[in-house]
Design a protein around this ligand. Structure first.
Ligand SMILES: [Cu+2]
Length: 492
């Protein structure tokens, strides 16, 4: 007998075992209860779960609300300047390499048709769903539309079922590069092709002679620019003013190089940058969901845009035959110290200040256990709900403590980047997506002028599907729509 077992008399052993069993039962009881309580009903109102956070401002009514999001729609009358029907359907397309891929597409194309409208123009787009289950919607990414036009199924509308249709009407007030995509089962539907570009051109200013939208995507395993997974060649006369609208419709950041001419980054997320200077040999890293607009004047020699790490690119040259090698650089363009400071007038004092800390931990969610994303240590859908009043100036601090990148996208508003990791930025710039890496801390400001119930979610869409999503709600607003249910609404 060892010394240890001699100490454990039978009585002690029994007592210890009994305690162990009790502890195990208690743990099982706790886990069972946590599991049971984490299960979500088949249908629910996202606002019933949100934990109201008033950001240090006055508490405002959010129970027994009077304003339905359905009433916050765009102009119903008036002749549209852009009228378009987009038909969503299962489809097959052929990439430049010849590879055929099964997709979900608007009008049988990926990206869907580019929609272009003049600033101030009235947009009327009718979505027709031919056969995409379980329904489709259209969200106008980066466009601060009235809430009912925001296209989030289960929040601002019901998903449009196969055979159904829905019309979006709004005025295009912001100039810039935006995109549209389904906000129903987004993680699956966007990745499979339900997206397209939406461009608003200035009412008066002349456009560049060559104005090209370039959407980067990984389509069923192929890296594409538009529909091309190869280097495309274009003939462009020297002296031509070129504007490239780089759109990242993917779940992770995409890097571009532009070789052969100095270029300027003239806009990010649709917001013009002030006094952009000419640069060269820098990587342009476009966060998921974001857009960078770059301009250059075509020289007599070739200019090549390349999607880094892929065969996709565009070679511009006088005869449309030659290209130039990508610069060997690891320097990433940083908007924080580029151009002149933005003239945006942001008050020194904010009406509300919110903080959202992104983390992860093992927890139950909807009857499953695993590593869950957390926001202020809470697991979806019991996450903070940011409550504001129309007219508030809001400061939002976003931090992340996880290894994954989180491009946090706010619907219906643009945010001015004030500081990054404790340093005030030299040239604050407007974004609709803040890309958070581990350890990052961003302070952004926005003006709450667009009443409604808005999502703030990770645009790495599988992360949103796994619960990295919360809401911003205005005083008195409620939604008649429900997640799940007969309409099969699945916003993420
Ligand atoms: Cu994320």
């Amino acid at each position: 007998m060892t010394a240890r077992s001699r100490l454990l008399r039978p009585g002690v052993v029994r007592a210890v075992s009994a305690l162990g069993i009790l502890a195990a039962l208690a743990l099982a009881g706790w886990a069972g209860r946590a599991w049971w309580e984490s299960r979500l009903p088949g249908t629910y109102d996202v606002m019933d779960y949100g934990q109201p956070d008033y950001g240090g401002g006055p508490h405002v009514a959010h129970a027994h609300e009077r304003i339905s999001v359905a009433t916050l729609h765009g102009p119903r009358g008036g002749t549209p300047d852009l009228q378009k029907t987009l038909t969503a359907a299962r489809s097959e397309i052929r990439l430049a390499s010849g590879r055929r891929v099964d997709v979900l597409a608007f009008d049988g194309r990926v990206p869907g048709p580019e929609l272009r409208v003049r600033e101030g123009g009235l947009v009327a787009v009718t979505l027709v769903n031919r056969d995409v289950r379980p329904g489709v919607s259209i969200h106008w990414h980066g466009v601060d539309v009235p809430n009912a036009e925001d296209g989030v199924s289960g929040v601002t509308q019901n998903a449009v079922p196969p055979g159904g249709r829905y019309t979006y009407r709004f005025r295009a007030r912001q100039v810039g590069t935006f995109w549209y995509h389904s906000h129903q089962s987004s993680a699956k539907q966007v990745s499979r092709g339900l997206y397209g570009a939406f461009v608003v051109v200035p009412a008066r200013k002349a456009a560049a002679a060559l104005d090209l939208t370039v959407a980067a995507h990984r389509l069923r395993g192929s890296d594409v620019l538009g529909t091309s997974d190869r280097l495309q060649r274009r003939a462009v006369a020297p002296g031509t003013r070129v504007r490239l609208r780089l759109v990242n419709t993917d779940d992770s950041p995409r890097r571009f190089t532009l070789a052969g001419a100095p270029f300027r980054v003239v806009a990010i997320d649709g917001g013009d940058l002030r006094s952009p200077t000419a640069i060269a040999g820098q990587l342009l890293e476009v966060p998921a969901g974001s857009r960078f607009d770059v301009t250059f004047t075509m020289p007599p020699t070739p200019v090549t845009l390349q999607l880094v790490g892929t065969a996709a690119g565009i070679a511009f040259s006088r005869d449309g035959r030659i290209d130039v090698a990508a610069p060997n650089t690891s320097r990433v363009f940083d908007p924080a110290a580029y151009g002149a400071p933005n003239a945006a007038r942001v008050p020194r004092k904010f009406d509300r200040s919110f903080r959202v800390d992104i983390g992860s931990r093992i927890a139950f969610r909807d009857g499953g256990i695993g590593k869950q994303w957390t926001m202020n240590d809470r697991v979806h859908p019991d996450v903070p709900m940011l409550v504001v009043r129309k007219g508030d100036w809001v400061k939002l601090t976003l931090t992340s403590d996880t290894r994954a990148l989180h491009p946090m996208h706010l619907h219906g508003h643009h945010m001015l980047v004030l500081s990054r990791n404790g340093q005030a930025v030299q040239s604050p710039w407007w974004v609709d997506t803040v890309n958070l890496a581990k350890g990052d801390r961003y302070e952004v400001a926005f003006h709450a002028t667009n009443p409604g119930l808005w999502m703030l979610h990770c645009h790495n869409l599988p992360h949103a599907a796994d619960g990295l999503s919360l809401h911003l709600v205005y005083e008195g607003v409620h939604t008649p729509f429900r997640v799940g249910g007969r309409a099969n609404n699945h916003p993420e």
